[in-house]
Design a protein around this ligand. Structure first.
Ligand SMILES: NC(=O)c1ccc[n+]([C@@H]2O[C@H](COP(=O)([O-])OP(=O)(O)OC[C@H]3O[C@@H](n4cnc5c(N)ncnc54)[C@H](O)[C@@H]3O)[C@@H](O)[C@H]2O)c1
Length: 395
């Protein structure tokens, strides 16, 4: 009898798929959720039919000051919890197959709780700007952004982007009803940068459908010389492209984005919600270590500067709705490293010594990390560095 009472009480309240037959004699009852596999529910001893805690309890919660573990298998008082609920909530609306298993509680802001884990990584309904998007890592990331549902604007010093990768990107964009465009830009030229970013943000018709919400900076150069021979002119050239160029693009992006989103500029209203923007800057593991086999002091210094730049910009802009992070890649097989390896083939062996994975990477291996940084999947990450180096810096 109790079993059938429980079933009647719980079924509409929790909107469950068919319950496994509850047995009154058991404290723990197996229930099947549409979006979960199975979960164990515990019922209070008074037979009220109300779930008591979502996990089996070993003992009750203790105060932190007791010097004992607060709880081993016990969840905190449900009413005091903040953040995303761990279990489906009473009265939660029915979920579509692509929505999250976790619905936000009405009085607790959890803006992403309605998205499935898969959708967190989607770049649908937005446009991403990419510097250094004419080849190498930048162009690979352009492909990845298209694959994830974004339109893309690539900017580079090259008069034309690399083929056949560019044509493939155009085909991909067309097949998905997205846009990809190429814009010649020298990231060290402030006037050019400001004008182009303004122009891109003013493509009203497109931006209404897919607003610009991300910037990936990949433009960069490497010069190899012993430090004793580096002229200030050459030193500054590297800093100009890698550090100043990154800053100018980030600044132009933020100015334009804040102009188009004045509400967040004033009250931080989109600080961590679904409508903010994300800047991901390419640093390097060279910001963390000195590379064996190559002499590139200004390059490493410029990339360390990019990391610190990101922290400062994150401090200034995160509450205005723009997150800023860096990606620090290890060695990647691109035109940049090919030139070094052509000149000094012995470098490969030296570089491999440092890699815990025993190999150099390929640009496609950074699709996941960059999409993570640009998407809502990294909503709580800002002012941080994502080191993806095959374990190089671990030793
Ligand atoms: N390849 C690696 O091993 C490696 C490792 C760590 C970090 N990185 C960084 O990744 C980024 C991409 O490097 P990559 O390996 O794809 O090299 P790449 O040389 O293939 O790409 C760099 C792009 O930047 C563009 N560029 C250079 N100066 C510019 C300027 N003034 N204005 C606009 N564009 C400019 C180039 O034309 C080129 O298309 C760089 O920032 C690089 O420092 C590379």
């Amino acid at each position: 009898m109790l079993a059938s009472r429980l079933s009647t009480i719980l079924r509409p309240r929790l909107r469950l798929a068919p319950l496994a037959v509850p047995r009154a004699s058991n404290k723990f009852i197996l229930t099947k959720y549409p979006a979960f596999s199975t979960s164990i529910q515990r019922y209070d001893d008074q037979g009220s039919g109300r779930p008591k805690a979502a996990h089996p309890t070993k003992h009750e919660s203790r105060p932190v000051s007791s010097g004992e573990p607060v709880a081993e298998n016990v969840k905190e008082d449900e009413s005091k919890r903040a953040g995303i609920p761990e279990e489906p909530q009473d009265g939660a609306p029915p979920r579509s197959s692509s929505s999250s298993s976790f619905e936000s509680e009405p009085d607790i802001p959890a803006p992403l709780a309605g998205l499935s884990a898969q959708d967190l990584f989607s770049l649908k309904d937005r446009t991403i700007l990419i510097t250094g998007g004419g080849r190498g890592l930048g162009l690979t990331i352009a492909h990845a952004c298209l694959e994830s549902g974004a339109s893309v604007r690539c900017m580079d010093l090259l008069p034309e982007p690399s083929q056949p990768q560019w044509s493939k990107a155009e085909d991909l964009a067309k097949s998905k009803g997205l846009e990809i465009s190429y814009h010649k830009l020298d990231v060290t030229n402030e006037t050019q940068v400001n004008e182009l970013f303004k122009e891109l943000f003013e493509m009203k018709q497109h931006n209404e459908k897919q607003p610009i919400r991300g910037l990936f900076t990949s433009a960069g150069i490497q010069l190899m010389l012993p430090s004793l021979e580096f002229s200030s002119e050459k030193f500054q050239k590297v800093l100009n492209v890698n550090l100043t160029g990154t800053f100018l693009c980030a600044k132009a992006f933020a100015n334009q984005w804040l102009e188009k989103n004045p509400k967040s500029a004033n009250d931080g209203s989109t600080g961590d919600s679904l409508n903010g923007a994300s800047i991901a800057m390419t640093g390097s593991m060279s910001a963390h270590i000195a590379n064996l086999g190559i002499t590139c002091a200004p390059y490493s210094a410029s990339k360390a500067g990019v990391n610190q730049l990101a922290r400062n910009l994150a401090l200034e802009w995160s509450q205005k709705g723009i997150r800023v992070n860096t990606l620090s890649p290890g060695y990647i097989r691109t035109a940049l490293t090919a030139a070094l390896l052509d000149e000094k083939p012995e470098l490969e062996k030296i570089w491999l010594q440092g890699s815990l994975l025993g190999r150099l990477s390929t640009p496609d291996e950074f699709r996941g990390p960059v999409i993570y940084l640009l998407s809502d999947a990294s909503s709580f990450m800002t002012g941080s560095d994502l080191l993806v180096d095959g374990g190089h810096c671990a030793t």
